[in-house]
Design a protein. Sequence first.
Length: 367
Amino acid sequence: MAAAPSRLIVKVGSSLLVDAGGAVRREWLAGLVADVAGRHADGQQVAIVSSGAIALGARRLALAKGGRASLEDAQAAAAVGQIALAGVWAELLGARGLTAAQILVTLDDLEDRRRYLNASATLDRLMSLGVVPVINENDSVATEEIRFGDNDRLAARIAQVAGAQTVVLLSDVDGLYTADPSQDASATRIARVERIDARIQGFATGGSQSGMGSGGMASKIAAARIATSSGVDLVIVSGTEPHPLARVAAGAGTLFVADKRARSRKAWLAGRLTVKGEIEVDAGAASALAKGASLLPAGARGVTGKFARGDVVDILGPLGTAIARGLSEYDSDEAIKVAGLKSVDIEGVLGHTPRAAMVHRDHMVLL
């Protein structure tokens, strides 16, 4: 059987899709849809993560501050605007002979393993049928505590869910620069990033130029971490020019190179935005984890949070930053009791034969 066509996720920011007055930029959007149709004709499967519902709904409801004056305004604007947004996509894709599907997700849909797998199966079937899924966060029910916060990170997560090879973030910036190009004429674009380190992170600045979207370069770097740790390439490129996907093919923007060693279950762990607790480790344990070892109780120095066996926890290194993430083999009460103990001493504390690892390497991903 022939190999399945490659899959591409395209994220469209609000400032590209909606003008300052809250109207759809139909001419530009028609050009992007033409690009998508061309990719389909070449055998590529495409899904779109589309912002714009709140901006569209705010115009129709005449809400202040683009519908972002309050959570209630944003939710109402999203409920109204999502219908309009889906209709525009369906119309323009249909004019190119493509079928659109609408999928609205919440953070919990992708944080829960079973629901994640259900979403993966749905996307896989739609894309294998040649459908173009149009995906957005379900802002009409999301709150600050249970939301992605921006569609950059959502796009990276959808790339994981769909088994995509590449995600393209179309926005009002043309990639990652050494400084803000609008403020510093000497700023240069970084064409390729092999590893997201402190230097790369330092180039990120918050806030979109338009003020309409919720993301900035910091959120795009966060999205790149999620994508690359999942084995997915990510490109940040300006969508302000016509036919932006053609610009990507020509080498525009910044390419963040995927970690090709990523595994699907570990990709789900790395991409999670919420965890139930944290386990602090000493320098020796941190070094062992970096070499592929499991986390043993002896290496733990502290436990915070309330979690059960099988819940996702972050592992913090000596500097207090997360160095790994995994599924705990202990509940938090037991983990607190055995932190720092050697294996031979644990049974006497817990009263039963312990599991060897606090977090097993097969259920852990390095960050």
